[in-house]
Write a protein of this length. Structure first.
Length: 450
C-alpha cells in the first residue's frame, strides 16, 4: 500500500524553491522542445491506431535517453532532472493513447514553473529531517519535521517495512508543501470473508451499514462535513460574484482571487481530512469484528439524466463526492485484505425488509403498510444485503426484526476534529406498538421479495 506524509516547507526556503521550480520548468520546456523536434506525431498516431503501441513507446523512450544527454541542469540533482523527463514522456504517451478516442486531447504545454521531484536513491531521513540533495557543489535542502510527522514516518518505515519512493515539493496558494510517498507492505489482517458489512452510501450520512454477523447497524453522521461543503460552495459563489465586477488580471482581481482560493482550499483540506478519518474509523470497525467483505451500492450513472431541481441538483452534482469516497475506501480496505464489492441499488430503499411491499419514502423515515417503521438509510443498508444475496449469491435473504436494534453512531467532535462513537438501542415501531413480523409477498421486477 502507499502512504503519503504532507509537510509544509518553512518559509525561509521559499526564495530558493522559487529559483528551483523555475529551473525545473526550464528542463521540462527544453526536453519537450527536443522530443517534439525529433519525432513525427502523425507517425506515432498511425502506429497506435495499428495496435503497435510498443513500437511508438520504444521511440519515445529512446528520445528520452537522448534528451537526458542534451538537457542538463547546474542546480538540480540528476535524479530530479530524470524524474521530470520521465513525467514528460509519460504525458506524451497518455496524449497518444487518448487522442485516438477523443481528438480534444492536447500535448503537454510549456510551463512557467514545475514541481520538484526526488527519487528514492537521493532521499535521506536522518534525525527527524528530510535531506534532499541538489547539484554537485550545492547545499542540500533540509526540511525539519514536526513531532506528528516524525511519528507517522517512523511508523510507516518501521512497523510496515516501508521505503520512501520519492518526494515531491509543489506550491499551493502561496506556500510550498512537501509530499513524502512511502511504499509499504500490505497487512495480513485476521478477517473472515464470510463476515459481511452492507453499506448504503448517502449525501447526508456517507456510510450507513448493517453488520450481518451480530445484526448491528453503524451510522457515520455526515452533517458537519455537509455544512463544510455548503460553506465551500457559498465561498465559490461569492468569489465569482466579486470577480465579475473587477477587471480580469488587475491587481484587485488577483488579490480577491488569491484570498478566496486560500479560504476554499483550507475548507477542502478539512473535508478531506474528516473523510479520511471516517474511512479509518470504518476500517477499525471491520478489523474489530473480523469483517472480510464490505458490500456497497453501485452508484455508477446516478447523475446521468438526473434533473430534480436546483436544490437537489446541487447536492447530487456538486456536493456529493461518492466516487472519491469509494476509491479511498477500496484502497484502504484492500491493503488489509478486506474485499469491497459493488452491487446494484435497485429498490434498496423502497422494498420493505419485513414484508417486501414497495413503498417510496418521502422523508428520512420509512413507513410500510405492514406497520414497520425505521430510518430510511438503515432500510437502504438492508436493501443492499437483499440485492447481494439475490444477484451475487443467487439465494434468498431473510431478516428477522429483533426487539431491540443496536446502532453504533460515529460522529465528529468539532472542537477536537476527531471521530467519536456511541452505541444506542432502537426499537422498530409498528402500528400496534410491537415489533413488526415478516409476511410473504409477491415477486417484484428483478428484485425478489423476501
Amino acid at each position: 500500500m502507499w502512504c503519503i506524509v504532507k509537510v509544509r516547507v518553512p518559509r525561509k526556503l521559499e526564495s530558493l524553491l522559487n529559483e528551483l521550480t523555475k529551473e525545473s520548468a526550464r528542463v521540462w520546456n527544453e526536453t519537450r522542445k527536443f522530443i517534439l523536434s525529433q519525432v513525427d506525431l502523425n507517425e506515432l498516431l498511425n502506429l497506435m491506431s495499428n495496435k503497435k503501441s510498443k513500437e511508438a513507446y520504444t521511440i519515445l523512450n529512446a528520445l528520452k535517453w537522448e534528451a537526458q544527454k542534451v538537457v542538463k541542469s547546474t542546480i538540480l540533482h540528476s535524479q530530479t532532472v530524470q524524474a521530470i523527463q520521465d513525467y514528460l514522456t509519460a504525458s506524451i504517451k497518455s496524449y497518444l493513447k487518448n487522442k485516438l478516442s477523443n481528438e480534444s486531447h492536447n500535448l503537454p504545454r510549456e510551463v512557467r514553473w514545475y514541481p520538484l521531484v526526488w527519487k528514492n536513491q537521493a532521499i535521506k531521513f536522518v534525525n527527524g529531517k528530510i535531506q534532499l540533495p541538489l547539484a554537485r557543489g550545492k547545499d542540500k535542502i533540509i526540511v525539519p519535521l514536526k513531532k506528528k510527522h516524525k511519528k507517522q514516518l517512523s511508523k510507516f518505515l518501521n512497523e510496515f517495512n516501508g521505503i520512501i519512493r520519492w518526494v515531491v515539493i509543489t506550491k499551493k496558494h502561496g506556500c510550498y508543501w512537501m509530499h513524502v510517498f512511502i511504499k509499504a507492505k500490505d497487512v495480513k489482517a485476521d478477517v473472515d470473508p464470510d463476515r459481511r458489512l452492507f453499506i448504503d452510501m448517502g449525501e447526508i450520512h456517507p456510510f450507513v451499514g448493517w453488520n450481518e454477523s451480530n445484526n448491528e447497524f453503524v451510522l457515520f453522521n455526515g452533517r458537519y462535513i455537509r455544512s463544510l461543503r455548503q460553506l465551500r460552495l457559498k465561498l465559490i459563489a461569492k468569489k465569482q460574484s466579486m470577480l465579475s465586477r473587477k477587471q480580469k488580471g488587475s491587481r484587485r482581481w488577483r488579490r480577491i482571487k488569491q484570498s478566496f482560493d486560500k479560504q476554499i482550499w483550507k475548507i477542502e483540506r478539512k473535508i478531506q481530512d474528516l473523510e479520511c478519518k471516517y474511512v479509518k474509523a470504518l476500517l477499525d470497525y471491520c478489523l474489530e469484528h473480523r469483517i472480510g467483505t464490505v458490500v456497497i451500492g453501485d452508484l455508477k450513472g446516478i447523475r446521468d439524466n438526473n434533473d430534480k431541481g436546483n436544490g437537489v441538483n446541487q447536492k447530487i452534482h456538486n456536493m456529493w463526492r461518492f466516487r472519491k469516497l469509494i476509491d479511498r475506501l477500496k484502497y484502504k480496505l484492500s491493503a488489509y485484505g478486506i474485499r469491497v464489492v459493488e452491487i446494484s441499488e435497485e429498490y434498496s430503499t423502497q422494498l420493505c425488509p419485513v414484508c417486501g411491499e414497495l413503498n417510496k419514502p418521502n422523508d428520512r423515515n420509512y413507513k410500510c403498510k405492514c406497520g414497520f417503521e425505521f430510518h430510511r438509510d438503515f432500510v437502504g443498508a438492508l436493501g443492499i444485503a437483499r440485492n447481494f444475496y439475490n444477484f451475487e449469491l443467487k439465494k434468498g435473504f431473510k431478516w428477522l426484526v429483533p426487539e431491540k436494534i443496536s446502532v453504533k453512531v460515529f460522529k465528529i467532535d468539532v472542537a477536537k476534529a476527531v471521530v467519536k462513537s456511541i452505541v444506542v438501542c432502537l426499537r422498530p415501531r409498528s402500528w400496534n406498538g410491537t415489533p413488526a413480523t415478516r409476511r410473504s409477498s409477491p415477486v417484484r421486477a428483478r428484485n425478489p421479495a423476501l
